[in-house]
Ligand binder design. Structure first.
Ligand code: LRH
Ligand code: MN
Length: 397
């Protein structure tokens, strides 16, 4: 049983919890070995917003949809009015704007780090366009993942590429409107397999800082070598006021983009703890953007998204059960076992009845996954989209 104080802490945390979902999570995706086309997959921006609206209807905590520019606004600024109309009709707002600098043929040897100045200029122009799209949509985050790198030692100058990258990011930062935030995402490898130009949090931090005050670091939980202490990186980025956001997913091996909490739910709990600890210090900490970044190659896409959001809520509720004051006392007393039992004890708690209570109090279905099945939404979109999807898919997403 939970005390009133515990219930209050969980409800308070859930009241403040929101997580952004990715448009590409609803689309047909796969691996380099193939894509398993799903009849219900979204192939248009209208369908992606419709699926996002269903997830938000069921969970109440996904008010924004992350957009990937070339996949969702292929005509750039000209598509803004269409997005605004979809925002009005679905009640879901455009979220972070993600440029695409990894699929054009010209970017074979890099985009903003390419030795060819013309290619760098084209890439920088796309980044500035993405900022303008974000500004036109009133979207706060412009989220940059730069896939640039090389596959063989000696084939590229890592040093000179740093300079080119800094130039492009400075130009992009200069285009930001007040209030916009530029997120720099790091990734140790893939698609490049010898060096990646933005490979870890230190590189992303330095690039964000040299770009300007509106630049922060984005932590994708799948972008770390095995054994990396991700919550320690989070603690450092908070310390340095450089934590801009998260891409949550899970993985067993590399950047597997599996559903959050499917492999190591304790990892996400430990990250949420660092966030809630900082909030408990009451120093006006602005929580970073919570976003999901997954590719649902085998699970039903809407089902996987609803499952992910519910899991994220439950792990956040567990982390909010940690008595920060008591834990600090035990930590300072070096009462190791007591501290661990208090910390991990919160993780062991089954908060689902409390989260279901919170959902009921907010007029939401206590079990969103069951409500999805009962509502027949997936059957409906399967009928509507199966013919189109039968023809296979063109691009990655
Ligand atoms: C790169 C990444 C990036 C997105 C892409 C879909 O691995 O995490 O955030 O642009 O996935
Ligand atoms: Mn990501």
């Amino acid at each position: 049983m939970f005390s009133t104080e515990q219930q209050g802490r969980v409800f308070g945390a859930l009241d403040a919890f929101a997580i952004e979902i990715p448009s590409w999570g609803f689309a047909n995706t796969g691996t380099r070995f193939g894509k398993f086309v799903q009849a219900a997959a979204a192939t248009t921006i209208e369908e992606k917003f419709a699926d996002a609206a269903e997830v938000n209807r069921l969970t109440g905590v996904t008010p924004t949809l992350a957009l990937h520019v070339l996949w969702d606004l292929p005509n750039g600024l000209k598509d803004v009015s269409k997005i605004k109309a979809l925002e009005a009709s679905t009640g879901v707002a455009a979220g972070s704007i993600n440029p695409n600098l990894f699929q054009d043929a010209e970017y074979k040897f890099g985009s903003i780090c390419n030795p060819d100045a013309e290619v760098r200029a084209k890439a920088t122009e796309h980044l500035v366009d993405s900022v303008e799209i974000g500004n036109a949509l009133g979207a706060r985050e412009v989220s940059l993942w730069i896939a640039d790198g090389s596959n063989y030692p000696g084939t590229q100058s890592v040093r000179r590429r740093i300079g080119w990258m800094k130039e492009a990011l400075a130009t992009t930062h200069a285009a930001l409107a007040p209030g916009q935030v530029m997120l720099v995402e790091y990734k140790p490898f893939e698609p490049a397999f010898y060096h990646t130009d933005i490979a870890d949090w230190g590189m992303a931090l330095e690039l964000a800082r040299s770009a300007g005050p509106q630049a922060k670091v984005l932590v994708d939980t799948g972008h770390h070598y095995q054994g990396t202490n991700i919550e320690q990186i989070v603690a450092w980025l908070i310390e340095l006021d450089a934590l801009g956001g998260f891409h949550f997913n899970d993985r067993k091996y590399a950047d597997d983009d599996l559903t959050l909490g499917s492999i190591d739910p304790y990892q996400i709990f430990r990250i949420f703890h660092e966030i809630l600890f900082e909030q408990s210090r009451g120093a006006g900490f602005a929580p970073p953007a919570f976003m999901i970044d997954q590719s649902h190659n085998l699970k039903g896409k809407v089902e996987a998204m609803v499952q992910t959001v519910a899991t994220a809520q439950e792990l956040y509720a567990k982390a909010s059960l940690v008595d920060q004051t008591k834990l600090a006392e035990l930590q300072d007393a070096c009462s190791l076992v007591e501290a661990e039992e208090l910390f991990r004890g919160a993780f062991w708690q089954d908060v689902r009845p409390l989260v279901q209570e919170w959902r009921k109090e907010h007029g939401l279905p206590p079990e969103p996954l069951a409500a999805l099945r009962e509502g027949g939404y997936v059957e409906k979109i399967t009928e509507e989209r199966k013919a189109k999807n039968a023809g296979g898919v063109s691009s990655y997403a």
